[in-house]
Design a protein around this ligand. Sequence first.
Ligand code: IPE
Ligand code: IPE
Ligand code: MG
Length: 248
Amino acid sequence: MLSLFRKKKHTWEPDRLPRHIAIIMDGNGRWAAKRALPRTAGHAAGAETFRRIATYCKDIGIEYLTIYAFSTENWKRPDGEVSKIMELLEKYLHEAIAKMERDKVKMKFLGDTTLLSPGLRALIAETQELSDKFDGVQVNICLNYGSRDEIMRAAEHYAEDMIAGRLSADKLTEEIFSNYMFSAGIPDPDMIIRPSGEVRLSNFLLWQSAYAELYFTDVLWPDFNERELDRAIISFQERDRRYGGIKK
Ligand code: IPE
Ligand code: IPE
Ligand code: MG
């Protein structure tokens, strides 16, 4: 009898999925603190969540997944925590390279990677090179990424090209400027998800998020799962994206 009143399971529509989802992976430290574990255990659990969510995005047909893994401001953290995060990234990249021919995911790194260790830089170069031939699903990892840094570099490089006469266009357009970003060639995110209860962008995709749908949840990143992503997608599909126009 009860089943008669049970609400039909609400799910998302496969033909209106966001093309590009960006995620600020946050809450690893608090997740660990709640369990009386070191913060680094939270990062290890967060890396596991990333694997799951990347696989799920691929399975359901999300074309681009962009992940904020380490910001230009995260260097302020204790050395031990920073090195643990870098170590987890190395581990992830070794696995990604090993599984590349099976997963067929194109991988890109956004941010200034020149400040990373030679070992990590070599892995990044290898991952990008080996995965460049794939064109179905793309995962972008933002590493030593800061949006203000990205915009400043874009302005600097644009000015250099202008002065050197390397630009044919005489007027700067949004399209031209976008091509100077780390995200050149990647469509703007349709949705930005931030778990952990913080309601801010923390220097993430400030240029690209102009018309992104923002989704915040109190769930800590290591607890985020496929069902949480379903909820975010349902919320995305309930919104009316007007881009400054009026409701259709
Ligand atoms: C996100 O989790 C991971 C990184 C920023 C690298 P945090 O480490 O920021 O976790 P909280 O915010 O302290 O809980
Ligand atoms: C943003 O999280 C950076 C990443 C998730 C990589 P933070 O935890 O560094 O952000 P704040 O300090 O809470 O703004
Ligand atoms: Mg945080």
